[in-house]
Design a protein around this ligand. Structure first.
Ligand SMILES: C[S@@+](CC[C@H](N)C(=O)[O-])C[C@H]1O[C@@H](n2cnc3c(N)ncnc32)[C@H](O)[C@@H]1O
Length: 415
């Protein structure tokens, strides 16, 4: 590989340093703007061989694995510049769609607050590897610490590694999705070959002895000494294996605060892409809520949570519906005076087109992808909505990902 000295001009979207060279952008992982680095070049990527001049914004990373592990992209940048970069991702995405909206400061999330992580695992001759993939690589970096994640998970890394050992019959990699719930760790293994009954029994026994709340394989519960539980507002919900939960409780509280602040006075709300009821069950303290979602098990958990609340909530109805194929039509939406939608990374293009045509006065858009959020907001603003606030939230600390909540309103038409 050819070596050369470059100066880093800016931070790229993935957290890499970018040198704008005459041959085009050169992406240099772990380099910061203003730094002079000697790099080994391969196409448009440069690997740091020597840091010749270091940025005053460079700090010691929080984790010993940083630089090898691909779980985090940017731990080496001081806090204010880091927050500007994260917020800037939302600002840039909106600007690219021609949207000029007030973007608030980034809402931070503390280290040690991630309650839902997916580790990769693999049996090797040297033992079990459990951790994250190295950047752009199949190699699993075996971790001894994980400073983004809640202690309830990190303190159990050895038990999780033992569990991975019980499940790993071959050398193929697989995943353990681990969620810290109020009743213990909820673990789902995916990507494993079909396991024999003795292997399943041994893994179930190990999980129970370790005190885990539940172990599932590809959605099938293997052992469940306690139902995993989470609370949304005042309502306790028992999420099914693999159901979506916001990655940190802090970010969830910030998102819910914004959504409730915006929709707190409405009487009938549609919660689209509702999951297990993160927003629906909080909103139902004051409004009737219709929750639509494609995951039947998540909706069943939401419904059980609603019923367990007795008379404390207003009416909550659920509808299993593929909102990509069959978004709620404008005429259906018009019976609501508020909508919250929180789609997967692909966003909600067709659903946004229907909301844009509707007369719903208040809309909250929640998204983990600024690019698709900006596209959907452009649809809504073209349909007469005014964007009153966009709030970026650092749900995915030290990664290139950022969550955002956008609040919109449309004046009621005089009849
Ligand atoms: C980002 S999560 C948000 C869930 C929930 N609002 C929360 O905060 O916990 C997106 C949700 O969309 C659901 N989903 C994915 N594809 C869908 C589709 N085509 N139609 C309806 N829901 C879908 C997922 O099951 C997931 O629950």
């Amino acid at each position: 590989m050819a070596e050369s000295v470059v100066t880093i001009d800016r931070l790229g979207a993935q957290g890499d340093g970018v040198a704008d060279t005459s041959a085009g952008p050169l992406f240099v992982p772990f380099a910061l703007p203003g730094e002079r680095v000697n790099v080994a070049r391969s196409k448009d990527r440069g690997e740091i061989v020597a840091l010749l001049e270091s940025s005053p914004q460079r700090i010691e990373p929080a984790c010993r694995h940083f630089g090898d592990c691909g779980g985090c992209a940017i731990q080496h940048l001081e806090d204010a510049a880091y927050r500007d970069w994260k917020r800037g991702k939302v600002v840039e995405a909106l600007r690219a769609r021609g949207i000029d909206a007030p973007v608030a400061d980034l809402v931070p999330c503390a280290p040690g607050s991630r309650r839902r992580v997916t580790y990769s695992a693999r049996r090797t001759q040297a033992g079990i590897l459990l951790g994250y993939h190295a950047a752009m690589s199949d190699r699993i970096v075996d971790i001894a610490e994980d400073p983004i994640t809640v202690p309830a998970i990190v303190e159990r890394l050895d038990d999780l590694r033992r569990l991975a050992g019980a499940l790993a019959t071959g050398s193929e990699p697989f995943r353990l999705a681990v969620t810290a719930t109020q009743s213990g760790l909820d673990i789902q293994a995916t990507g494993l070959p079909k396991l024999t009954q003795p292997v399943r029994l041994a893994a179930a026994d190990l999980a129970a002895r370790a005190g885990f709340a539940r172990l599932s394989l590809e959605g099938d519960i293997l052992v469940e000494p306690r139902k995993p539980r989470v609370t949304f507002g005042s309502v306790t919900v028992e999420p099914p294996p693999g159901a979506f939960l916001q990655a940190t409780a802090q970010a969830e509280a910030a998102m819910a605060g914004l959504v409730l602040g915006h929709l707190g006075r409405v009487k009938r709300v549609a919660d689209l892409f509702s999951g297990c009821g993160t927003f629906a069950l909080r909103l139902a303290a004051a409004a009737e809520v219709h929750a639509a979602e494609s995951d039947a098990a998540a909706l069943a958990a939401l419904d059980r949570g609603f019923r367990s609340a007795g008379g404390a909530l207003r009416r909550v109805t659920t509808e299993k519906r593929d909102l990509f194929r069959r978004p709620l039509a404008a005429a259906e939406l018009d019976r609501f005076d508020g909508v919250v939608f929180d789609p997967p990374r692909a966003g909600a293009e067709d659903q946004s087109k229907q909301i844009a045509k509707s007369a719903v006065p208040l809309v909250a858009a929640v998204s983990c992808n600024p690019g698709t959020l900006a596209r959907d907001l452009a649809i809504l603003t073209a349909g007469g909505y005014r964007l009153t606030q966009v709030v970026p939230i650092d749900q995915f600390l030290w990664s290139p990902h950022v969550e955002a909540v956008a609040l919109l309103e449309k004046p009621r038409k005089r009849r």
